[in-house]
Design a protein around this ligand. Structure first.
Ligand code: UDX
Ligand code: ADP
Length: 476
């Protein structure tokens, strides 16, 4: 028997919770959806009438928010109230890598999941289906179950609280959306994965997705397969990027060209063409975190060979960033102290304002460390975010002359490259594909270099305009 869902609560109004609930709200107008968060500022932005300033930039998102907000989609900090009236609760809180304590740098920090489970245990009423949306280590559902069960016992022993039967079912329904294409991914997913033990609970969630996803695309598994599959999907995707990135260096040495190699191997159906774009390294909140977590889990089960295999995927990613920084320094005559470098793109990929694990962070930090002054231009990332990422306040560009290791945010590509000795394309934003190289070369300081780490520039035009060009994975 399907349990009738009317009220949904989503804990966490971030990159996963926000867009996912927006699409469910649009596709299921009969459902009442409340997205709650502890972060008041984030909620205020979700509720703002300035739709260009939502906390998350995602193509197509603001249109859905305009359409559904305050109709069947609500954003608030009223966590307790919304948990208690929900039939189904999605947990979409952050699960970053632990910074300290046991497993620091590798294990996922589950304190926000733990806190959410405790809130659910306390405030939920009647029968509630809990859906894990955040990427979680395998067996997290076990922990959530224990927290929910403990609470049930406590209630029975606590004479001051009313004894009300609370029942829970837990499902794992990992989200596979990719930032920048989230709305499309949510509306037309490759598959929906639902892991669980109770068929009625699974059917209730299938019923929601069935409003727009074909039945054949909805896979059901046991809880642990669903939890693990999310980690493994991300590990496989990241492994392809590290594989192709490891070959960029070999191409540079041998005269092979990485774009041609990607095309040549990707046309083999068994390999496939996706995720073979050479880059300065993968970023984003998931890949590094999930593989680190996978390595940690394997080690904890004594599976050292498996752990070592996946650790290499992370190592190659770090190596690629370092390699690019060293090439920039070497091309600029071995010293970049007091030179100026323009960084085009700071987000970890195009079409998002997210900078988590962006390769630009590490590369900029190393350039600053070398005493270089950098101008940064990104269509969507703001200065306060860059200040946090670089752990350094912005210095006005006009003060660069008497400074080493300062950075400033520019309003345009031309402002960014003015008097720069080098220009590094870090993110594949559309507008960087259409740069007028003549205009750029005219304002840079000669001899000027273009470093294209995303292979999106017209190198011939840049060379013709007078720039020296280095492209990732090409013999330069
Ligand atoms: C990823 C997974 O794709 C998604 O399924 C999961 O839910 C969350 O993690 P996301 O991090 O948003 O999504 O972006 P993705 O498109 O996977 O890109 C991740 C990183 O890999 C970016 O830094 C991107 O620039 C890089 N990348 C991607 C490459 O370097 N080369 C490629 O060919 C593809
Ligand atoms: P993701 O990319 O996984 O969506 P984000 O960091 O963008 O991660 O979003 C997670 C959100 O979860 C944050 O806005 C954070 O404030 C919120 N959050 C964390 N813990 C709780 C909690 N216990 N109750 C409500 N919201 C929470």
């Amino acid at each position: 028997m399907t349990f009738e869902i009317k009220n949904i609560c989503c804990i966490g109004a971030g990159y996963v919770g926000g867009p996912t609930m927006a699409v469910i709200a649009e596709k299921c107008p009969h459902l009442n959806i409340n997205v709650v968060d502890i972060n008041q500022q984030r909620i205020d932005l979700w509720n703002s009438n300035d739709f260009s300033n939502l906390p998350i930039y995602e193509p197509g998102l603001s249109e859905i928010i305009k359409k559904c907000r305050n109709k069947n989609l609500f954003f608030s900090t009223r966590i307790e109230e919304q948990i208690s009236s929900a039939d189904m609760i999605f947990i979409s809180v952050n699960t970053p890598t632990k910074k300290k304590g046991k497993g620091a740098g590798r294990a996922s920090d589950l304190k926000w999941v733990d806190a959410s489970a405790r809130q659910i245990a306390k405030f939920a009423k009647g029968h509630t289906i809990i859906v894990e949306k955040s990427t979680l280590p395998i067996k997290t559902a076990e922990t959530i179950k224990k927290i929910l069960k403990t609470k049930k016992k406590n209630l029975n022993y606590n004479s001051t609280e009313s004894i009300e039967e609370k029942t829970f079912e837990i499902l794992s329904n990992p989200e596979f959306l990719s930032e920048g294409t989230a709305i499309n991914d949510l509306k037309d997913p490759d598959r929906i994965l639902i892991g669980g033990e109770d068929n009625d609970a699974i059917d209730s969630l299938i019923k929601i997705y069935s409003h727009w996803v074909e039945k054949e695309k909805i896979l059901t598994t046991n809880l642990w397969s669903a939890e693990l599959s999310k980690l493994i999907a991300n590990a496989f995707l990241a492994q392809r990027i590290s594989s192709i990135n490891s070959i960029t260096a070999l191409c540079e040495k041998t005269g092979a060209n990485i774009s041609e190699v990607s095309l040549a191997i990707g046309t083999d159906k068994r390999i496939g063409k996706h995720f073979l774009n050479a880059s300065p390294g993968f970023g984003g909140s998931c890949f590094k975190k999930d593989i680190s977590n996978l390595v940690y889990i394997c080690e904890s089960y004594g599976l050292y060979e498996t752990a070592l295999y996946w650790q290499k995927v992370i190592d190659i990613n770090g190596w690629q960033k370092k390699r690019i920084t060293n090439i920039i320094i070497e091309k600029l005559f071995g010293t970049i102290s007091q030179k100026k470098i323009a960084i085009l793109g700071f987000s970890f990929k195009a079409n998002t304002n997210d900078t988590r694990e962006s390769p630009a962070i590490e590369i900029c930090k190393e350039l600053l460390e070398e005493g270089c002054n950098i101008n940064i231009y990104d269509p969507k990332v703001n200065a306060s975010q860059i200040e946090i990422d670089l752990d350094q306040k912005q210095t006005p560009n006009s003060n660069f002359d008497c400074l080493e290791g300062g950075w400033a945010l520019s309003e345009s590509i031309l402002e960014c490259v003015k008097e720069a000795d080098g220009l590094v394309i870090m993110t594949e934003w559309q507008e960087f594909k259409k740069i007028n190289w003549e205009e750029v070369a005219n304002v840079m300081r000669s001899p000027a270099w273009l470093f294209d780490t995303r292979l999106i520039s017209n190198s011939k035009e840049a060379e013709y305009a007078g720039l020296n060009v280095w492209q990732l994975g090409f013999a330069n």
